[in-house]
Design a protein around this ligand. Structure first.
Ligand SMILES: *Cc1c(COP(=O)(O)O)cnc(C)c1O
Length: 382
C-alpha cells in the first residue's frame, strides 16, 4: 500500500443510508401505530400479510415473531416430534437445525453442492435411504434452505419430497425476493419461512418473520399456533401453541421497506455483477442457479485454502474492508449438534467452512466502496 491517509471504512451493511431513503414513509407509518396503540397484530400486520402474499404469489401469509418461530410453527403444524427425522443441509445457520431438536425430532444433516452451496439432492436421497434402512427414525420433513440469497433446487427437491412423502419446508430466511423462472420464492414448497431480522434482505427494526403457504388449512393452523393455539375465540385453546405474534411497529417498518424492495434487489444485483466481473479471475465467485435471480443476502467467494482466506480477511480489514465468515463450522460438527449426528462425513460442507469469505453487499454500497473492495481483493490475492 502507498503512504497517505488510510481509506475510509466500507460499511458491511448500511441501515442508516436506507433509513434516509425511506424516512418520510417510515415516520408516517410509525406515527399511525403510535396513534392507534394496537401494538400487537394491529392493522399494519394484516396489511403486511396481504402485501407479502401478493408480492411472492402465495395464497396465504401469516406474520410471526421471527424466522426461527416461523420454522417452528411450520413443523408444529405437521405434528413433527419424537422419532421423526427432519433432513436439512449442514451448511446453514443454526436455527434450521435447532427447531427440529426443540420439538424432539432429529435433524439429519445433508451435504451441499460445492458450486452453488445449496443442498446436494443426490446426497439427500442417500440420507433418506439410510434413515429408512436403519429403521430408528421416521422420515417426515425436509427443510430446503435457500442459502445466501440464491435458491435451493426446488423443482427437484419438491419431487423428492412428494415421492418420499415428506413435508417440504422452505427456509427462505436469507432469500426472500429471489426468483426462479420469473416467479418469486414463497410458493415453491409446502410452506415458506421468511425472516425479517434487520440484516436480512427485507429486514425490520427488531425480530420478525412470516410463513407463506398455498394451503388454507395450514394457514389457519399457523394463525392458531402463533397465538397460543387459540380457537374461534381468544380464550378457547385448541392445541399447544406459542407466543409467535408480530408487533405492529415491525409491520409498519416492513411496509415502508417493501415499497422500495424491488429497487433494492436490483441494486444488490448491480453490486454482484460488478464483483463478478472484477473478481472472477482471482477468486471463485458465486455460481448462479440457471434462470433464477438472487436476493444477494450474502456474496461469498472461495479461496484456495484456509491460509489464503485468513490472510485475505486480515489484509482486507487493514484496508477498511470488513468481511464475514458464513459459516466457520458446519452444523454437524457444532458442539450442540454433533451428538445428534450419525458420524457421516460431509466433505463439501467441511471444506467450504475453511475457504469461504463474504464481502460487503447491500443496496447503498457506493461505486467508490465497490471499487475499494475489488481493488483490495485484487491487491491481496495473487
Ligand atoms: C436468519 C436465519 C434464520 C432465523 O431467522 P430469525 O429471524 O433470526 O429467527 C433461519 N434460517 C436461516 C438460514 C437464517 O439465515
Amino acid at each position: 500500500m502507498t503512504d497517505g491517509p488510510s481509506p475510509p471504512s466500507v460499511p458491511f451493511l448500511d441501515l442508516k443510508a436506507q433509513q434516509r431513503r425511506i424516512e418520510a414513509d417510515l415516520r408516517r407509518r410509525l406515527d399511525a401505530v403510535l396513534a392507534h396503540c394496537q401494538f400487537i397484530l394491529g392493522p399494519e400486520v394484516a396489511e403486511l400479510e396481504q402485501a407479502l402474499a401478493s408480492f411472492c404469489g402465495a395464497r396465504h401469509c401469516v406474520a410471526v415473531s421471527s424466522g426461527t418461530d416461523a420454522l417452528q410453527i411450520a413443523l408444529m403444524a405437521e405434528g413433527i416430534g419424537q422419532g421423526d427425522a427432519v433432513f436439512l443441509p449442514a451448511f446453514t445457520y443454526t436455527a434450521t437445525s435447532e427447531v427440529p431438536l426443540l420439538l424432539g425430532a432429529c435433524p439429519v444433516f445433508v451435504d451441499v453442492d460445492r458450486r452453488t452451496f445449496q443442498m446436494d439432492l443426490s446426497h439427500l436421497e442417500a440420507r433418506i435411504h439410510d434413515v429408512r434402512r436403519a429403521g430408528r427414525l421416521r422420515p417426515r420433513a425436509v427443510i430446503g434452505v435457500d442459502l445466501f440469497g440464491q435458491l435451493a433446487n426446488w423443482p427437484d427437491l419438491r419431487a423428492i419430497a412428494a415421492r418420499e412423502g415428506l413435508f417440504a419446508l422452505d427456509d427462505c430466511a436469507q432469500s426472500f425476493g429471489a426468483t426462479l423462472h420469473g416467479r418469486r420464492l414463497g410458493a415453491a414448497a409446502d410452506a415458506t419461512a421468511i425472516s425479517f431480522f434487520p440484516s436480512k434482505p427485507l429486514g425490520a427494526y427488531g425480530d420478525g418473520g412470516a410463513l407463506c403457504t398455498d394451503g388454507e388449512e395450514r394457514a389457519a393452523l399457523y394463525r392458531s399456533l402463533r397465538t397460543h393455539g387459540e380457537g374461534s375465540t381468544r380464550y378457547e385453546v385448541l392445541r399447544t401453541g406459542m407466543n409467535g405474534r408480530l408487533d405492529s411497529i415491525q409491520a409498519a417498518v416492513l411496509l415502508a421497506k417493501l415499497a422500495v424492495f424491488e429497487q433494492e434487489l436490483a441494486a444488490r444485483e448491480r453490486v454482484a455483477r460488478y464483483y463478478d466481473s472484477r473478481l472472477g479471475d482471482a477468486v471463485a465467485i458465486p455460481a448462479r442457479v440457471p434462470d433464477s435471480t438472487s436476493a444477494w443476502a450474502i456474496y461469498a467467494v472461495l479461496l484456495r485454502d484456509r491460509a489464503e482466506r485468513d490472510r485475505l480477511q486480515a489484509g482486507l480489514r487493514q484496508r477498511g474492508v470488513p468481511t464475514a465468515i458464513y459459516y466457520p463450522l458446519p452444523l454437524h460438527v457444532q458442539p450442540a449438534y454433533r451428538e445428534h449426528h450419525d458420524g457421516t462425513r460431509l466433505p463439501v460442507s467441511e471444506d467450504l467452512a475453511t475457504r469461504i469469505l463474504a464481502l460487503p453487499i447491500h443496496p447503498d454500497l457506493t461505486e467508490a466502496s465497490m471499487a475499494q473492495v475489488c481493488d483490495s481483493v485484487l491487491a491481496l490475492v495473487s
